[in-house]
Design a protein around this ligand. Sequence first.
Ligand code: HEC
Length: 103
Amino acid sequence: MRKQIWLAAVLAIFLAVGTVYAGKISMELGRDLFNDPELAGSTNESSCNSCHAGGKGLENAAANKKLSKLVNRCLVDKMAGEKMDGRKASMRSLKMYIKSLQN
Ligand code: HEC
């Protein structure tokens, strides 16, 4: 009996964490964020798409293991925004979309 309660508790924690970090990963969200000039508090008029339309300049990015870091560099340096958490659904969706642009 005790064991079942522990298992249920562990499962609940996994579900809760999963909802926060993996809940809404989608290509559509990634595309919306890529085109959003206000992404991550960006205060200038540019979105990712302003400079990387159709994946321009991102040809080698999909294979890069530090993709989150590269994205965050542009967010801060080119868009005057804030870094995004690489584990969150927003960044993971953005990366998914960037990878889809390679094909
Ligand atoms: C004002 C133009 C501009 C904006 C806006 C911009 N970038 Fe960039 N990005 C660049 C330039 C230029 C480079 C080349 C490296 C450098 O100059 O820093 C680059 C490099 C990159 C790279 C690395 C590519 C590689 O293979 O090394 C990635 C990934 C990237 N940008 C993603 C994004 C994403 C995602 C956004 C939106 C959050 C974004 N960029 C917004 C201009 C921009």
